[in-house]
Design a protein around this ligand. Structure first.
Ligand code: OXD
Ligand code: MN
Length: 595
């Protein structure tokens, strides 16, 4: 039993509400993990992969309706609607709680209720925070075991009275006596609720068993609730990778990068630099918690303990490190199954297998016009499996540069640097990207604005969020803060082909970025910021034409006039709360163009 009164009262409350058959406290041991994994296999919830090919690994197949985060069913529940702001779905706690309480009532009948105490961030680290997830999903337990730090040391902290974020989750599928449990129980879409109560540091998630909706330490706590905590406590919880770079002279620098979901964040976090003598190591691929220290510099730590990555497009060419990371101890969700009990997904191999079992459990033959894996199929693997994990992954590291990015086929150059931190905040606020399969959305392919890559994750009013970045700025100075850049690996030519080769070649851009952090004169000034002087970019051994480079770095007035109109349209969502920093920076941008 855990000796924390608050926690025990909460467990009792949830037990009498949800009425589970059993309760298990997660101790975080390998034995407990192995037993639960075996239980999932023997009850048909999971398939054990071929131990010779992929030791200690499982494949789960979700219900076809439960394959991604559901933003339409994600809510920020604050007393005042204005505290949720224009980018969030809002329902007041007084309306939402009774609805959800009725859904949770008896929702765990026939099931086991697991209590998972966990730490986001290394246990006991000054940046870390504790959460407790109560769930009736063994899939969630196994994933949380990989994605967070669980176990005795966390329980010890709770026993000492440490506060925690309350995360309640149910798949919303109680079992009648004798009723057969489906492999992936979940509730219909209109009953799904992924709800956040930031005023109480609490998450209630009902009806979905899928990743970001159900592994509550990740998006719900480490971004939506943590962004609120960060605002109140003066730090930043961001949707960012953390990358360690060592140059040929041995100098070490760290950068973070914010990219919308499924835009190659994991690939960049695991980059294999093509530039000779450069080394890249991973600290994190999805979330960074950042604080200013007394020296005025911004430090970042990865609060997670694993990777929850998109399999699609992960190949020897795009990300050999990720392939090595998922070689064992990995949970796959919605990948295809090969005849020898291994997993397969689109782009994994050039040669497509002749026969597979698709992600819904049906036979699939080469040449079929449906794909065998789901586009948002995922792997869950421990950080420590990553062959290039930086030894500092459990430390807060000083950040030299922040990269914002997105998929923009036109308009935005391959790289540009903001003139200063406040201009960088503006660049973050106008980020946009083509919609991908990471969320259920009918508009795949269209550009949507995704400020700071945080659109679905800012747990409060976006105007307050932008102003909070300004507050961080005011605590330090441009000289000490990270320099802010925008990268766009996805610019296309007139034939709709990507111009930049990407992947390991992106190290050339990282080199330019680090030079800029030292104020090297390797740039040209444009109205939107600094772009590389092409003669100072390290393009050795790269086969790229002058014409292609000109297109990559082009800042075209006509296109930017359109972009500025689109920004003005987009800023209308702020109504009368548009932060001064954004109106000032937009005005300056127009002046620089002479518009
Ligand atoms: C993720 C996402 O799963 O951003 O990381 O959707
Ligand atoms: Mn993400």
């Amino acid at each position: 039993m855990i000796k924390n009164d608050l926690l025990n009262e909460w467990i009792q409350e949830i037990q009498s509400l949800c009425n589970p058959d059993n309760i298990v406290i997660w101790q975080g041991t390998q034995k407990q993990y192995d037993e639960l994994a075996e239980d999932c296999v023997s009850t048909g919830k999971a398939i054990r992969l071929n131990p010779k090919k992929r030791p200690n690994s499982l494949l789960f197949r979700s219900h076809p309706s439960d394959v991604a985060r559901v933003e339409k069913r994600t809510f920020i529940s604050t007393t005042k609607e204005s505290d949720a702001g224009p980018t969030n779905n809002w329902i007041s706690p007084s309306e939402l709680k009774p609805i959800m309480t009725e859904l949770f009532r008896n929702s765990m009948v026939g099931r086991t209720m697991y209590i998972i105490p966990y730490s986001m961030g290394p246990i006991g680290h000054e940046f870390s925070k504790i959460g407790v997830e109560i769930t009736d999903s063994p899939y969630v337990v196994l994933n949380m075991h990989i994605m967070t730090r669980t176990g005795k040391l966390v329980i010890d902290l709770l026993n000492k009275g440490e506060t925690f974020v309350k995360c309640l989750h149910s798949v919303g599928y109680p079992l009648k006596p004798g009723q057969i449990d489906p492999a992936w129980p979940c509730a219909p879409m209109e009953e799904k609720y992924i709800s956040h109560f930031p005023e109480e540091n609490m998450v209630w998630s009902y009806g979905s068993g899928y990743g970001g909706n159900a592994l509550l330490g990740k998006k719900c706590f480490a971004l939506r609730i943590a962004s609120n905590q960060a605002r109140n406590e003066g730090w930043l919880a961001e949707h960012m990778l953390i990358l360690k770079l060592t140059d040929p002279k041995g100098e070490i620098n760290y950068v973070t990068g914010a990219f919308p979901s499924a835009c190659g964040k994991t690939n960049l976090a695991m980059i294999n630099p093509s530039l000779e003598g450069w080394k890249a190591e991973t600290c994190g691929d999805d979330i960074a918690w950042m604080r200013l220290k007394k020296d005025g510099k911004l430090y970042a730590i990865n609060p997670e303990n694993g990777f929850f990555g998109v399999t699609s497009g992960t190949s020897e060419k795009s990300n050999p490190v990720a392939l090595a990371t998922v070689k064992r101890d990995t949970i796959f969700t919605n990948a295809a199954l090969t005849d020898d009990f291994d997993v397969w997904w689109e782009d994994l191999t050039d040669e497509v297998p002749v026969h597979l079992i698709d992600w819904q459990g049906n036979d699939w033959n080469k040449g079929s016009d449906v794909r065998p894996d789901h586009p948002n199929a995922r792997f869950t693997a421990p950080l420590t499996n990553c062959p290039i994990l930086a030894k500092e992954y459990e430390e807060a590291v000083p950040i030299k540069a922040i990269l914002f990015g997105g998929r923009r086929p036109t308009t935005i150059p391959l790289i540009h640097q903001s003139f200063n931190f406040l201009h960088g905040i503006f660049i973050g606020s106008i980020m946009g990207s083509q919609i991908t399969a990471a969320t259920i959305d009918d508009n795949i392919g269209k550009v949507r604005r995704d400020p700071f890559a945080m659109l679905p994750f800012i747990g409060y009013n976006i105007a307050d969020y932008v102003n909070h970045w300004v507050d961080i700025y005011k605590e330090s100075t441009d000289a000490l803060l990270p320099k802010i850049f925008f990268v766009n690996w996805f610019r296309k030519d007139e034939n709709n082909k990507y111009i930049w080769p990407g992947f390991g070649e992106n190290s050339r851009i990282l080199k330019w970025i680090l030079e800029r952090t030292k104020d090297y004169a390797n740039h040209k000034i444009t109205p939107i910021g600094y772009v590389p002087d092409i003669n100072r970019l390290d393009l050795r051994n790269l086969n790229i034409t002058k014409k292609a480079l000109d297109t990559l770095f082009k800042v075209d007035e006509k296109t930017w006039l359109k972009e500025i109109h689109s920004i003005e349209e987009y800023y209308k969502m702020y109504k009368d709360t548009l932060p001064d920093v954004l109106s000032n920076q937009l005005k300056l941008l127009k002046e620089r163009f002479g518009f």
